[in-house]
Write a protein that binds this ligand. Sequence first.
Ligand code: PMT
Length: 397
Amino acid sequence: MSPPQRILLGVGAGIAAYKSLELARRLRERGAEVRAVLSPRARRLIAPLAFQAVTGQRARFELWDEEGEAGMSHIELARWAEAILLAPATADLIARLAHGLADDLLTTVCLASEAPLWIAPAMNRTMWAHPATQNNVRLLQTRGARLLGPASGAQACGEEGPGRMLEPDEIVAALCAPQALAGLRLLVTAGPTFEDIDPVRFIGNRSSGRMGFAIAAEAARQGARVTLISGPVALQTPIGVRRIDVRSAREMLAAVLAEIDDQDVFVAAAAVADYRPRELAEQKIKKGMAGMNLELEANPDILATVADLPRRPFLVGFAAETENLRANAMAKLAAKKLDLIAANWVGRPGQGFDAEENALLLLWPGGEREIPRMDKAEVARALLATMVERLESRASA
Ligand code: PMT
């Protein structure tokens, strides 16, 4: 997929708005059509006419603008955009978007559009670090928004730290980056599986699904066609991803086998239960005995099943370990005949299961790479970059 050609530039009321004129100019030099929408307060910092001069299009700032709406209604504007770029994105604009407000033209267009959303924050460093802003940013990221920056350095308020808007060149480079996964079909599993004991109880685990969802979201953003098979989780489907919900390991296996035929890559990030109760009680098991034994039987190994298919895709497995990370992951790489394995520590606070962050040790036959602890979206990006390298090296072998 080529870079977006119709870009809606949303300008928030930050002093960095003066850089947005340069940004619009650079985007136009790249051949993009740019339409600027200013927040009502941004208009007090920078004249809409300046954007009109640079973009060659009327800059909009009011929802109830009869002339503007007659030319292109806000819904048409939302449909027209191939990408929405918010630069500068103030703390207030980010908060309003995170909570679905549509109280001016810019937020209304964002809510009415299916176009990918790119956010270039610009604000005072304390406002950026505030948990409210951080939570809002994370919320937008889980819905597929892509964060550009902020950079760190001297700020307009005289302070020093993170919160500066990226330079126009940096923003343009990210927005117009080639889509590394265009044309690739990816099947991703995520989340836990639940193995029912009776109508009210089950065996499960602590997987939140975040790691697998982050991989699916990032792969879709980079142009892949992504199908996500998810165990029971409380996450929203990433933009552009087709999602199939399952409950148990056997349901997950059936869904994977139904989808696997045309896939180029299979990423198994799900924490599949290795065992299930031998019998499912039809009625709720009554309390009464001092103790009870639950007889378990092994679940199928989804990854190993796919590895044995006559036409197998490129296989990326995970290894969740509490000890001997490298050795255990190496053993799984070989035993499950994988092309790449992503080993992570579990049971360490703040990373792995049910955490916002993760760190991975990537292993493949003949090589390895460490991905340091960071947000799962960033980890997913680094994992996919290595996956692309391995795919290319396999193709050229
Ligand atoms: O979901 P999060 O909260 O974000 O947490 C992410 C994670 C820790 C769950 C994730 O990063 C991770 O490690 N997923 C794999 C967990 C796991 O089941 O690991 P394992 O070492 O037990 O299994 C090895 C591999 O075989 C995995 O790719 C697993 O999906 C696969 N497997 C396991 C058992 C089975 N019956 N079928 C399988 O396909």
